[in-house]
Design a protein around this ligand. Structure first.
Ligand code: 2BA
Length: 109
């Protein structure tokens, strides 16, 4: 068994949720915040059998799009003004950031 952890953009979260349910994957959604953009995103925890990992990765890939997002500059509060970039920077976020972890035990009581 594997635990698949997928960090996706909020805009893709409903579509992915529906696709997971339709394909009979069980999932838990957590509201999360990206450490870099400090904007909301959604983290899915999906426990599944090893042989269902490849179709699950395809399903995540098909339902999550990469988007460009502007990072607003944070003004230095008593920090080093030399490193301050006073204009927005564009970064590409997602499709999805996915981790696949081995599960030692699974219990469902
Ligand atoms: P954030 O940390 O808010 O990052 C959003 C996007 O900003 C990233 O997209 C990447 O394009 C850029 N970025 C992040 N850190 C950067 C840095 N130090 N320098 C330059 N650009 C940087 P993604 O890579 O697609 O990541 C989307 C979200 O997935 C992340 O949101 C974070 O919540 C999660 N994530 C990504 N890599 C992770 C990791 N290794 N561990 C845990 N969570 C991760």
């Amino acid at each position: 068994m594997k635990m698949v952890i997928a960090v996706v953009q909020d805009q893709d979260s409903n579509r992915l949720s529906n696709a997971l349910t339709k394909a009979e994957f069980r999932a838990t959604k957590l509201a999360s915040t990206g450490g870099f953009l400090r904007a909301g995103n959604t983290t899915f925890l999906i426990g599944t059998d090893d042989d269902r990992v490849p179709p699950l990765l395809n399903l995540i890939r098909d339902n999550c799009r990469a988007r460009d997002q502007l990072v607003a500059p944070v003004s230095p509060m008593g920090g080093n003004a030399d490193a301050y970039i006073p204009y927005p920077v564009e970064v590409e976020v997602g499709g999805a950031t996915v981790f696949v972890l081995p599960i030692e035990q699974f219990h469902h009581f």
